[in-house]
Ligand binder design. Structure first.
Ligand code: ZN
Length: 58
């Protein structure tokens, strides 16, 4: 019997809030794109974040 009720995804990568390096990189790229008014890259990063989170954090 394991006592992991609070961490059902113990083997998954850390969440974005916990400092996943890939999330950080995507966020940083998106932030910079937004700052520069690059909506195309910003949208691409938003999509990349969604795909990454689904792949790595679900
Ligand atoms: Zn991540």
């Amino acid at each position: 019997m394991r006592n992991q009720a609070s961490a059902p995804q113990a083997n998954a990568l850390p969440s974005a809030a916990e400092g996943c390096p890939r999330c950080k990189a995507i966020k940083a790229t998106r932030y910079e794109a937004v700052r520069q008014g690059d909506k195309h890259t910003a949208a691409a990063m938003a999509e990349a974040m969604g795909l990454h989170q689904r792949a790595a954090h679900s």
